[in-house]
Each structure stands twice: as C-alpha cells, then as structure tokens.
Design a binder for this molecule. Structure first.
Ligand SMILES: [Zn+2]
Length: 512
C-alpha cells in the first residue's frame, strides 16, 4: 500500500512535470509566433494616449485593460486607490510668434495647469525683479505674455502661500540691493549683490492681478512636462485652479524672444492651449487581475507595472512597455492554459508618477497578503529585453528551464541565471512601485533589462516624462521578447518548490 502510494505520487509528479513542460513550450510558441505586444501598445498609446490619473484617458485605459484581462479568463477588480479634487484632460495646443519676426513655437504645459480661452495673443515683457521694475511696466502688464527667469525641469510655477512669502523676502532683498547699486551698469555690480534671478515669478500674484495672459519659461529640449503637485496635496479643486497658463518654451526660442524684447522689437505671441478640467472628486483605481493557484492559492507572485503616464506624449515607454508587458504575459499564460501552483496577481498601478500612490494604497489595503508574497516582479525601467535573472541562491537551478526556453525562442538574445547577492532592506520607497514592496521586506527581484542589446540607440533620458515618449520609441522586438520572458518567469516562480527565501534577498531578514 505504502509502496503503491509512493509510486502514485511519483507518477503524478512526473505527469505534473511533463504538463508543466508542455505549458512552457506553448508559452514559447505563442510568445514567438502570436505576440500581441505592439497591438496592445497601439491601443494604449494611440486610442487612449497620455494618461495621468484624474484624466478620461486614464479611466478609459483602466476599463479597457480590465476588459481584456476579463476576456482572458482572469478574475478582475478595480480597486479604488484614492481620489483627486479635480481631474484634467489635455487637448490640442499650438503657438506662434508674429510681427517683426515669425515663427511656430515649440512648447508644452505641465498637467493640471490651465489653458487659454481660445487664441490668446499679446505683446511680450520680461519679468520684473524689483518693485521699481514692476512699477515701470505696470501699465503694460494687462494682456502681456511674461518671460520668467530660471530653467524649467517640467514643474509648473508655484502659486501657494509658502512660495508667496519666499518671493516677498527675495523682492525685499532685491529692492535694497537696487538702492545701493541702482545707478551702476550690471558689470559694475559684484556678483553677490546682483538681484536674485533664479526664483521665477517674483511678482506672480501682482502680475496675475494686473491681467497678464500667462507665463513663459525656458526649457531644455526634449521638453519635459510634469504636473501641479497641489492636486495630490488636496489644494487644487475646480474652484482653486491656477489663474493663467504656464508655458515651457524651447530654450532656443526663449533666448531669441528675450533678445527681441531687449531690442524692443514689435513681436506678438499667440497661444491656443486646450487644457480642460473635470469636476472632482475624481477617483483613481488600480486594476487587479488574479489567476488563482491550484495548489497553494494563498501564496502569491505579483506582477506590477504602472498604467498612468504623463501626457505631453503618450507614455509608450514610461510605462507603456510595462503595462503592455504585463498584459501580454497575462494573455500568453491564459492562452497556454497555465495552471500555476501559487496565485499570480497582476496589478496595473494608478498614480505612480504622482508619488507611488497606487502601490502604496495596495500594500496598505492588503496587509494580510504581504507575508505570503513570494516575489514581486515590476516592469518600469528601460524598455529593453530581459537577458538575465539573479535568483535567490538556493533556487538558481529552478530557473534554468526559463533560460533554456528563452535562448531557444530568442537565439539572438542571451539569457542567463545568476545568483542574487542579498542587500539590506531599503528604508524608503523611491523611484518605482517595486520599492513600495521592498520597504515591506517583500522580495522584489526583476529580470535584468539594462542593455539596448541590438543597438536601437534608445536613451531613457530622452523619453523620461518628455514630449518624445511615443510609440516610435518602443522597440517591437524587445517588447515581444520581454512579454514572453515574463510569462515564463511568472509561471516558473509560481510553481517553484518554495517561496523566495527572504533572507536570501535581504541581509537583515530573519532566516526562515
Ligand atoms: Zn515609470
């Protein structure tokens, strides 16, 4: 009887191993011959576009992703992660210069800043830095576009009480320096006595009250557009929106226009910026899809990416390639008939770009699951292929089949299994949703995606939150390879002999 039981168990295990091998083979084939990554990317970026939380585009992408995952047989939930006082939709924007000089203007505005009311044309002034300078141009401020100091990093000009107090103090200092040096030419004034020109919008409130059309700041190319942080702090709602547009203009054009203003040329700038708002509160949701484990349903493998993206482009690589990688891996697993031992949870996070809002919400809403998460995979880096996986020391052999499959399916890419070197648990969450899990002591090992293996001249800096993050920057062969690797890796991790030992990931985790 005992002998028979052992024999039966061995037979079932062998059968299980054979079935698992078949599923791996099917994943390989679907990933290679029927990969939908770029179709999904087309929909995400072309049909919905840039998708900050609070936008219709975000909600549309959320509903679409949820419907896809449901179609593929997943149990899908929209989990509310938070809400904003107001929502934002970006439409068309254009601008030009005419008069003594003619030019089409190259610019962006950050999210959650206001647009114009139709075409807004006006003369140009440089911002004042002392009370005297302000008084000199006071009567010309109405209907003017104002060039402000500093270089844009993508953030809007601040317009809250804290910055107002800081600006007042700088004006007072500039005024007293002007009294001392007022009659000297700039090159006669020692550096430490020059007026502060680094804080833009010193007379922000006064200029708005005087009726300026808006502010224009110099910005490096490619132009980067972020968002008004007051919307997350709860200080922005439909009745408390910024008063005027906040334009970030190509630095070369800015320098030329500043020069024309100095020359007192007759130039007019005209902008038509359609930045629109939604009445709040506007909730934002994580999309959570579950494939229940057949043997250990209360142990988990998490796959994450962030669905939200900045909207001066379409968020194709940050984090479209993560979103698409997650979706395509989910589709492939379902089509291959994968029945993992552990539960796999796919999470498309909301509001990563506004401060890891979705992942923070998820770990806070599911404290009971955290100790049972074996590993959290996250795709939110360079949109490169996966070429290696550093596994926990005692598990490296278990991941060799993934590497074999990958090398067979994609012979032009290498794929190796390495041994992970444990490090201390990070103290603070930071640059991506994975860090939210790391600070909780949850293993967060990713496959390595550090190389532009086939030399597509991709630069992360170029696309990072800029106007260039469009679909032409997502490299098809890399996306397809990565989706296949994710499907294989998720399944193998879910079927592994044990959970990732936490003390093989974090040096300060207790040995199990
Ligand atoms: Zn990102």
């Amino acid at each position: 009887m005992k002998k028979f039981a052992v024999f039966a168990l061995a037979a079932i295990t062998a059968l299980g191993a054979a079935a698992q091998k078949d599923v791996m083979k099917r994943i390989e084939e679907i990933g290679k011959n029927d990969n939908q990554s770029m179709e999904l990317m087309k929909t995400l970026t072309g049909r919905f576009g840039g998708r900050p939380i609070g936008s219709n585009a975000y909600d549309n992408a959320r509903d679409w992703a949820a419907a896809q995952l449901k179609d593929w047989g997943y149990d899908v939930k929209l989990e509310k992660a938070g809400e904003l006082g107001v929502g934002f939709n970006r439409d068309h924007w254009e601008g030009r210069m005419y008069g003594d000089e003619n030019e089409v203007l190259h610019f962006i505005t950050p999210s959650y800043t206001v647009g114009t009311n139709g075409k807004a044309a006006g003369h140009v002034l440089a911002e004042p830095r002392t009370t005297q300078e302000f008084n000199n141009i006071k009567s010309r401020l109405k209907g003017a576009w104002v060039l402000v100091d500093g270089e844009s990093g993508g953030w809007p000009l601040l317009h809250n009480d804290t910055i107002a107090a800081k600006r007042k103090a700088i004006i007072a200092r500039n005024d007293s320096l002007a009294k001392i040096n007022g009659r000297k030419s700039p090159d006669q004034i020692p550096d430490d006595q020059k007026p502060d020109m680094t804080t833009p919008g010193l007379f922000y409130d006064e200029m708005v009250d005087a009726g300026v059309l808006g502010f224009i700041q110099s910005a490096p190319v490619p132009l980067r557009g972020l968002y008004d942080r007051d919307v997350v702090k709860g200080n922005l709602d439909f009745n408390h929106l910024p008063a005027v547009p906040d334009i970030k203009l190509d630095e070369d054009q800015f320098a030329r226009i500043k020069h024309y203003v100095k020359q007192r040329k007759n130039i007019i700038l005209e902008f038509d910026i359609r930045n629109h708002f939604r009445m709040g509160p506007v909730p934002y949701h994580n999309v959570v899809a579950t494939l229940k484990g057949s043997k250990k349903p209360d142990e988990y493998i998490i796959m994450g990416a962030h669905l939200d993206a900045y909207d001066v482009a379409t968020g194709a690589t940050d984090d479209g390639t993560g979103t698409v990688g997650l979706l395509e891996a989910a589709r492939i697993l379902s089509k291959a008939g994968a029945k993992p031992d552990r539960t796999i949870i796919f999470i498309l996070f909301a509001g990563e770009e506004f401060g890891l809002l979705g992942s923070e919400a998820w770990v806070n809403q599911h404290p009971d699951l955290l100790p049972k998460i074996s590993n959290m995979f996250n795709r939110d880096g360079a949109p490169f292929p996966y070429v290696a996986f550093a596994a926990p020391k005692s598990m490296t052999k278990e991941f060799e089949p993934v590497a074999e499959s990958m090398r067979r399916a994609y012979p032009d890419f290498d794929f190796v299994i390495e041994e992970y070197t444990p490090r201390a648990t990070p103290k603070k969450a930071g640059s991506h949703d994975g860090t939210t899990f790391q600070v909780k002591g949850i293993p967060q090992l990713n496959m390595n995606e550090w190389n532009d293996v086939h030399g597509h001249d991709f630069s992360y800096w170029e696309i990072w939150h800029t106007e260039r993050d469009g679909m032409n920057r997502a490299i098809p062969e890399y996306q397809e390879q990565a989706a296949t690797a994710l499907a294989l890796m998720l399944l193998q991790s879910a079927n592994a002999s044990k959970q990732f030992p936490r003390n093989e990931v974090y040096t300060d985790a207790p040995a199990k």
